[in-house]
Design a binder for this molecule. Sequence first.
Ligand SMILES: C[S@@+](CC[C@H](N)C(=O)[O-])C[C@H]1O[C@@H](n2cnc3c(N)ncnc32)[C@H](O)[C@@H]1O
Length: 293
Amino acid sequence: MRGRCWPTWGVGVWIEATIYSPFAEQNNREIPQLTKRHRIQFPPRDVRELRQDEVYFYLCDGDSKEKIRLHDYKRIYEVPELYEQVVYERLKCQSPSMVADVLLSSVSQSEQSFSELRVLDLGAGNGIVGEELKKHGVSRLIGVDIIPEAQVATERDRPGVYDAFYVMDFCDLKDDERAELNSWSPDCLISVAALGFSDIPATAFLEAFNMITEEGWVAFNIKETFFDRHIDWGFSQLIRELIFSDYLDLYQVRRYRHRLSIEGEPLYYLALGGKKKANVPASLVDSLDLSDR
Ligand SMILES: C[S@@+](CC[C@H](N)C(=O)[O-])C[C@H]1O[C@@H](n2cnc3c(N)ncnc32)[C@H](O)[C@@H]1O
């Protein structure tokens, strides 16, 4: 099913956007080809009561069993292809290709050519999003992640995908780090599976949003519950502000199955693509409740 109008948060505003049925595009996404096989075990008990960033699995090796949280990226990236096997193969994550696709089709609605984009990938992890973008060709690709293990894994598993990969914390960027990133003149921000849930908070996302040039492109995904109109803080509030206060022209919204939970339930996310219109001023940031509750 495709629609054209999107009723938003019950405030009587309709955003022109393309909406895809959650079932329309599933299972067609490419899973990275794996060359290694790890012995993975999911917990025997039902872990439905755990928060998304608390769930865990076991990595088995002979008689030993290591318990690893799904959000323990440091440990997961250390083991080659573990992230791919758990998140992409077993849990059927399709977000990198989906968000890249939303970006591609947003840009295709304009005169601009996708291959000229200078992209900043925020929360780049081990480089799967970069690999996805490279399939379409982009002029510059810069990755940023808070942990050195992400940089090491990207260089190990996807060497040469990024023009530069930085280890930086967007919650606490230093002036020289900001200057270094600005020297690439990024005109596109992409962030996949990295916003909320104790990962990148709204303030850090805004820092990146303000870093790209005006009229730059933005694509990201977010759990659909963050769009609940009863939630008036964090990303829910920020996204509303970006769209309704004219900082972002929304080109496309897609609802899709991000991945399966460990219990096999579909987790639905929204992928958004749009064009930046202006920087968000500090005064607005101060007036919002961007806390990550
Ligand atoms: C679920 S992973 C997603 C990785 C990649 N985007 C993908 O889709 O495969 C989230 C990433 O965000 C990174 N991250 C969390 N907080 C961050 C911050 N404040 N600044 C930069 N990166 C951050 C984590 O280290 C992790 O690699």
